[in-house]
Write a protein that binds this ligand. Structure first.
Ligand code: GLY
Length: 176
């Protein structure tokens, strides 16, 4: 999606099982796409993730959202799990969203429960979320997957040795 001046600028980050990570932001003159978060568990049991985005539609020129920020748009802890976010980056940054999802899994929540709790925290921190979609996706060391969004309409795909599938995420509410 372009910014309000018609430019497409991209942000992205990546993190591996050794918590090595890197990010880029405000890249110009490259391929464009809406936010994609990817989480992986390999055959050795190692987790990794990546997040890439053109950012919020019609953003200010130069705005950088959550997607290139480790702990906000993406977080991986090989002892626990991995999480990524999509939607309004400012809201995700305010709660350190992906890091919070991983911490909730560390404290015993399933990926689905952790994503739901993070979304509920965002809802609780904002007077209104009427125009604010946020979705979280999480994967734990057992290969369990979960997702949750504020509004209906967030989907994710999984793929493993048995096949692949698109899944509609659970959500807090439908649009008015
Ligand atoms: N979640 C993408 C962004 O807000 O830039």
């Amino acid at each position: 999606m372009p910014d309000r001046e018609g430019n497409v600028t991209l942000d992205a980050c990546i993190m591996d099982h050794q918590q090595r990570c890197g990010a880029v932001s405000f890249l110009q003159n490259i391929e464009n796409h809406d936010t994609i978060g990817m989480l992986a568990l390999d055959k050795y049991g190692n987790l990794s993730g990546a997040c890439t985005t053109s950012g919020l539609a019609y953003k200010y020129f130069g705005r950088v959202g959550d997607s290139p920020i480790i702990g906000a748009g993406l977080f991986v802890d090989n002892e626990v799990g991995a999480a990524c976010a999509t939607g309004v980056g400012e809201a995700v940054i305010r709660i350190a969203g992906s890091a919070i999802v991983v911490e909730m899994m560390r404290n015993g929540k399933s990926p689905a429960e952790a994503c739901k709790a993070a979304v509920e925290r965002i809802i609780a921190k904002h007077p209104s979320v009427d125009n604010m979609q946020v979705g979280f996706l999480a994967l734990n060391t057992k290969g369990e997957i979960g997702a949750y969004s504020i509004f209906e309409g967030f989907s994710y795909a999984w793929s493993n040795k048995d096949g692949q599938q698109m899944v509609k995420s659970s959500f807090n509410r439908k649009r008015g």
